[in-house]
Design a protein around this ligand. Sequence first.
Ligand code: TYD
Length: 142
Amino acid sequence: MLIEKCMHINFRVNGDARGSMIVVEGEQAVPFDIKRLFYIYGTDPTVVRGKHANRKSDFVMVCVHGSCKVKITDGTNEIVVSLDDPTKGVYIPRMLWKDMYNFSEDAVLLVMASTHYNSTEYIRDFDAYCEEMRMLNGAGQN
Ligand code: TYD
């Protein structure tokens, strides 16, 4: 099942008397070559972001400051991951639907992606997504 490919990631902390540092290298700390990163901040706690699936992009999300939640679904099964620790991330493979919400006012959500941005790979209609997943499952490809 596709949703079972989501993974919690524990980043190794380089700590010394000066404080802490986490290094993220593509194909090492995250399971893909990182082509893009973006970060989301200043989000109102009532806002839901994401609300899409990506046909070609895999992601790792980590809340490097503050907290938020991400709900991940394949249209049938869902998991909710609390991101509230800069040492912990979640890997979300392509073709899963994701909603990010419950942002604390100080939240900074770092997102690493396996692709460059391409708006045409987004599925933004949840019903259309569910229908596509049903067809994929019916074809035994999930
Ligand atoms: P959007 O996909 O709506 O953000 P989220 O998934 O967090 O809800 O993106 C917001 C805007 O930023 C939208 O106009 C597209 C643009 N954008 C880029 O230009 N490049 C990117 O890598 C991303 C993620 C978004």
